[in-house]
Design a binder for this molecule. Structure first.
Ligand code: WQD
Length: 336
């Protein structure tokens, strides 16, 4: 039985990945500081898989706590999710983002090095491509200066791992996520909203639930088919499964570091997302068109040739599935 440490394993993508790891027979240990999650998620994950796992409530920056875990367990690999991910917040508080996201990664690498654990899956982001002009983006698309400190922490994270792997017997896979959305089909786990959502889908579901009065579509004057921005939305369960595929590949790949875009390869506009949500759930969504949001790129979606050919991974859910599962999760959250 392979044993994997999942940092941030009670978070949105982390929790769905723990489910898929357990489904594949992995033994999982989680460290999570509950900054952007809740310890209730542990029992919710176990309600899906029927398999318990150890949770350490702690921070990856606490190297001593990490060392205690590595002393206790012989890990075959680490999936590192623990990081802050709100673009707007990172602009307001860059030091908090560099401290948590960059120093946290360094702490994980230090302890992995001490205990000779050599497989790391790193949670990166399509944000590293910035406002790419050559679409769809491939893994060779130019990395541009990030539009936010959050994006910079992902670019720095990739660089740090590349440099670290040059001098160590170490394998790492960098997964560049596109837009993770939706929730587990059981509706037992999903995106836990903290405060006013900045991302589109939680705002859509909270508007439909009456928590938010109205959704604002940030601009409809872009050079796209309906004027609204295009993104590559990927179901969080599909994304989670890509991590399991990456883990298997990491242990056998000849390279020390490899990079994969993890998207669906399909671009969808904001208005198309709203239509899909309305159609699959039979709900009329209250929205208006507002001004553009600073920092938004007009359009980006993934070339998924590499992830499908090398990892043998293909997404199974479409946008309507994502909207159906996102709404079912929201309804469970707001059930009286
Ligand atoms: C999507 C589209 C908005 C809210 C984020 C992170 C990025 C990465 C992917 C982790 C845009 C529009 C949104 C709203 C709207 N995450 N929108 N009204 O900005 O593409 O990327 O997720 O790696 O780092 O920033 O996602 O959901 O915020 O926006 O019209 O109330 O929806 O303008 O076109 P984004 P998003």
């Amino acid at each position: 039985m392979k044993k994997i440490l999942v940092t941030g394993g009670l978070g949105y993508i982390g929790s769905h990945t723990v489910v898929e790891l357990q489904n594949e027979g992995y033994d999982v240990v989680v460290i999570d500081n509950l900054n952007n999650s809740s310890d209730q998620v542990q029992s919710r994950i176990e309600s899906i898989t029927g398999k318990p796992f150890e949770l350490l409530v702690g921070d990856v920056n606490d190297t001593v706590a990490l060392q205690s875990l590595f002393k206790k367990h012989s890990f075959d690999g680490v999936i590192h999710f623990a990081a802050y991910k709100a673009v707007g917040e990172s602009v307001e508080n860059p030091i908090m983002y560099y401290q948590n996201n960059v120093s946290g990664l360094i702490s994980v690498l230090e302890v992995m090095n001490t205990f000779k654990v050599s497989n790391l899956i790193f949670s990166s982001s399509c944000t590293v491509y910035g406002a790419a002009t050559d679409l769809p983006v491939t893994e060779n698309t130019l990395i541009q200066k990030a539009e936010s400190p959050y994006g910079t922490t992902k670019i720095l994270g990739e660089e740090i791992i590349q440099d670290f792997a040059k001098h160590k017997a170490f394998k790492s896979i960098l997964l560049r996520y596109f837009n993770p959305v939706g929730a587990h089909p059981t509706a037992h786990i999903g995106e836990l909203p903290l405060g006013v959502p900045s991302n589109l889908i939680p705002f859509v579901t909270q508007t439909a639930a009456g928590i938010r009065a109205q959704l604002t579509v940030y601009g409809d004057d872009y050079a796209t088919l309906d004027g609204t921005c295009i993104r590559d939305y990927i179901h969080v369960v599909d994304l989670a499964k890509a991590h399991v595929k990456a883990l298997k590949y990491a242990s056998e790949m000849s390279k020390s570091v490899d990079v994969f875009n993890v998207g669906t390869g399909n671009g969808t506009t904001v208005l198309e997302v709203i239509r899909a949500f309305e159609n699959v759930n039979g709900i009329k969504l209250n929205y208006k068109i507002g001004p553009r949001r600073a920092g938004d790129v007009e359009q980006i979606w993934a070339d998924t040739t590499k992830v499908s050919e090398v990892l043998g991974w293909k997404p199974q859910y479409g946008v309507e599935d994502m909207m159906k599962h996102a709404w079912a999760w929201q309804q469970g959250l707001t059930k009286p």
